[in-house]
Design a protein around this ligand. Structure first.
Ligand code: C2E
Ligand code: CA
Ligand code: CA
Ligand code: CA
Length: 280
């Protein structure tokens, strides 16, 4: 039994080592990938649920690796956060989002807003506000067309600094969206302190909608009602089926994103989608 335990232990350390090696390899490769231009933003349309038209998009990072192909953000965002690379990448994401808004404006889509994800770690960058302001001014974009998505974990550390940054960003005219809502630590009182404009309901609640029965999903209904009470835009993520969209529509959820309408797509494809689905 003793040797069996040792075998299991060595199995454990071997797999652990492999995982650590893989992560170190990814961490080291990010800087090269960045200068080689392997990162790209994809755009997933946000749909006004009543009209079925596109009102905006969420920018989602993709890593197009020269050997490994597409690497999903789930495989590198965490690592980038741990190494601090997210600060460099995050700056680029904000600038790139602003460029895209500029191109949209120039093409006459002057009411399509784009949101980008800002990781909690980026709030430790004391120049986050300055970077957002620069991106807006350099590209001469309407700040109302830019939104940032934050998660509930921003409220865990450095609450005072984070709150101050958020208020300054908000004062620029930028919209602030609470992402993955319902999965974290927010209480109603926290939510009221934050200068947010919209709530994004996490996919896990959308998954709770059942297809054939008339079952109500209490949590989901409560979140929608909470958003309405606080006068926030409510958007559901991860909508894959028509019945999910229909349920959300009936409960007064204003907007949705999901494969039901479109996956995240390259900028060029997003422009093509707009051509036929823009709420003009
Ligand atoms: P998130 O911000 O919650 O983004 C939503 C994720 O759900 C995206 O995965 C999106 O492609 C996926 N999704 C959208 N609709 C559907 C659907 O109908 N069904 C299913 N199954 N999935 C759907 P993605 O692009 O792989 O991103 C994963 C996570 O990585 C994001 O979750 C976010 O936390 C992070 N991430 C992505 N891009 C960025 C970025 O630019 N910056 C930062 N800081 N994080 C990012
Ligand atoms: Ca998001
Ligand atoms: Ca989300
Ligand atoms: Ca989510």
């Amino acid at each position: 039994a003793k040797s069996e335990g040792r075998d299991q232990f060595s199995f454990f350390t071997t797999t652990l080592n492999a995982k650590v090696h893989e992560e170190v390899a990814i961490a080291n490769d990010m800087y090269r990938a960045f200068s080689d231009g392997e990162f790209e933003l994809y755009y997933q349309p946000k749909i006004h649920i009543e009209s079925g038209k596109i009102v905006g998009a969420e920018a989602l990072i993709r890593w197009n690796h020269y050997q490994k192909g597409m690497i999903s953000p789930d495989h590198f965002i965490n690592i980038a956060e741990n190494t601090g690379f997210i600060l460099k990448l995050g700056t680029w994401i904000i600038e790139e989002t602003a460029h895209t808004i500029k191109r949209l404006q120039d093409a006459g889509y002057d009411r399509v807003h784009i949101s980008c994800n800002v990781s909690t770690r980026q709030f430790q960058n004391l120049n986050l506000y300055g970077e957002i302001k620069n991106a807006i001014q350099k590209n001469k974009i309407n700040p109302k067309l830019l939104a940032i998505e934050i998660t509930e974990s921003v409220m865990l550390d450095y609450l005072e600094i984070t709150l101050e940054t958020l208020k300054k960003v908000k004062a620029l005219g930028v919209n602030i969206c609470m992402d993955d809502f319902g999965t974290g630590y927010s209480s109603l009182s926290y939510l009221r302190q934050l200068p947010i404009d919209s709530l994004k309901i996490d996919k896990s609640f959308v998954d709770d909608i059942s297809c054939c029965e008339q079952n109500e999903t209490i949590l989901l209904n409560t979140i929608i009602a909470m958003g309405q009470t606080l006068n926030l835009h409510v958007i559901a993520e991860g909508v894959e089926e028509e019945y999910q969209m229909q349920y959300l529509k009936n409960r007064g959820c204003g907007y949705y994103q999901g494969y039901y309408f479109s996956r995240p797509v390259p900028e060029k494809t997003f422009f093509e989608l707009l051509r036929t689905n823009y709420a003009s």
